[in-house]
Design a protein around this ligand. Structure first.
Ligand SMILES: Cc1cc2nc3c(=O)[nH]c(=O)nc-3n(C[C@H](O)[C@H](O)[C@H](O)COP(=O)(O)O)c2cc1C
Length: 367
């Protein structure tokens, strides 16, 4: 199988390249009767969109999706949903000079090693442009989780370079998207002081024709206990794959993550208790909402480390397809820091996995 399909019961298939006519997603398994309009899709597509602020790529895409099937009179029909987002601002000429060169840190060499032939314009299928299709599918997944569970998935930036956020207890979408004065929160960091420092750092690296990495966190609240499988399709494993399948992700943590290395069991164990309604919960959440591959009912907490953008407008050493030394400079427009636009992509992938496992849980017949 060529790996363009993800999920079991809620299943998405994407097609499309960075500089082709458009990107498409086919969503199978969405229950009937979910309200879905183009305007619903646009909310998250706009959060992912290039050109949304001065600290992201200036490629201009309206990213207005077209729903081709699976929706009638504003509601899903239960049949396959196809959504198309056309590419509008493809400047393929930006890539003419580098078509035979391997961009350091990008997928050019490895794609060539696999296929021996590649669409060199902006990374082709390896480009983050492909994620426009997943973000559209993520909207549908979020709607299933909201309607059937009252659950929500919220992502935000917790670190850029050495600037770390002091993250509030329960981050809201409002805090991610807006600063306290109501202006757009262009970094998507919910700590306004850190956000200002992040903007300054991104500006600094951009001026130096460089880029910078960071960490995003995604939290899913309202997910009941019982989702996930005990062996290969552990929720943690599927969420890990979902985040690792996004471009530029070099690390994924859940709960206390790598921090567990220095903890004693007595410090790390989350003690069980019951809440005022008699429901089982844990006093702390170092397990990140998953035990034995199955959700515990506590918030699901994930973090992804995202590398600095590899295309740089400064000169770098490389080689060409014949192995000859060369110099490369990437003329195309790119984000000096991927994190702000990564947030809706990460939310989408987490929501897609959770919607899939929720529908698989329902299929057991216990609800
Ligand atoms: C929001 C977003 C935008 C991206 N834009 C670019 C870009 O303009 N230039 C670039 O070199 N990489 C960009 N990337 C990352 C590359 O797609 C990715 O690094 C490349 O395909 C190699 O894959 P890997 O880093 O996952 O190994 C972007 C990633 C994300 C998440």
């Amino acid at each position: 199988m060529p790996g363009n399909t993800f999920g079991h019961t809620f299943r998405i298939t994407t097609a499309g390249e960075s500089h082709g006519p458009g990107n498409v997603v086919i969503i199978d398994g969405c229950p009937p009767g979910i309200e879905l309009t183009v305007d619903d899709l646009v909310v998250d597509l706009d959060r992912r969109k290039p050109g949304q602020s001065k600290i992201v790529t200036q490629r201009k895409e309206s990213d207005r999706p077209e729903i081709l099937s699976g929706v009638f009179e504003g509601k899903t029909t239960g049949t396959s949903i196809a959504i198309l987002v056309r590419n509008e601002d493809q400047k393929s000429r930006d890539y003419d000079d580098i078509k035979d060169l391997y961009r350091p840190g990008h997928a050019d060499f490895t794609f060539d090693a696999r296929y021996g032939f590649r669409d060199y314009r902006g990374g082709g299928r390896s480009s983050a442009r492909e994620t426009v299709a997943r973000v559209a599918a993520g909207v549908v997944a979020k709607k299933i989780l909201a309607r059937e569970l009252g659950a929500e998935v919220v992502g935000y930036v917790v670190q850029i370079g050495d600037v770390r956020a002091d993250v509030p207890e329960h981050v809201t979408l409002e805090q991610v998207e807006k600063l306290p004065d109501g202006s757009p929160n262009v970094t998507r960091c919910p700590d306004p002081e850190a956000a200002a420092k992040m903007v300054a750092l991104i500006e600094e690296v951009r001026k130096a024709q460089d880029s910078i990495g960071g960490v995003a966190e995604v939290v899913a609240r309202g997910i009941p206990a019982g989702l996930g499988e005990p062996v290969f399709d552990k929720l943690r494993a599927d969420l890990g794959k979902a985040l690792f399948s996004l471009p530029a992700v070099l690390g994924v943590e859940t709960g206390a993550g790598f921090g567990v290395a220095t903890l004693r069991g007595s410090e790390n164990n989350d003690v069980f208790e019951t809440d005022a309604h008699g429901r089982v919960r844990t006093r702390t959440n170092r397990h990140g909402g998953m035990l034995g591959g199955i959700s515990s009912g506590m918030p699901i907490v994930l973090r992804a480390a995202v590398k600095p953008t590899s295309s740089l407008s400064r000169e770098q050493d490389t080689i060409d397809r014949e192995g000859r030394p060369a110099k490369i400079r990437t003329k195309g427009r790119h984000d000096p820091c991927l994190l702000p636009r990564f947030v809706p992509m990460a939310e989408a992938m987490v929501a897609i996995v959770l919607a899939d496992h929720w529908l698989r849980f329902k299929a057991l017949g216990r609800v």
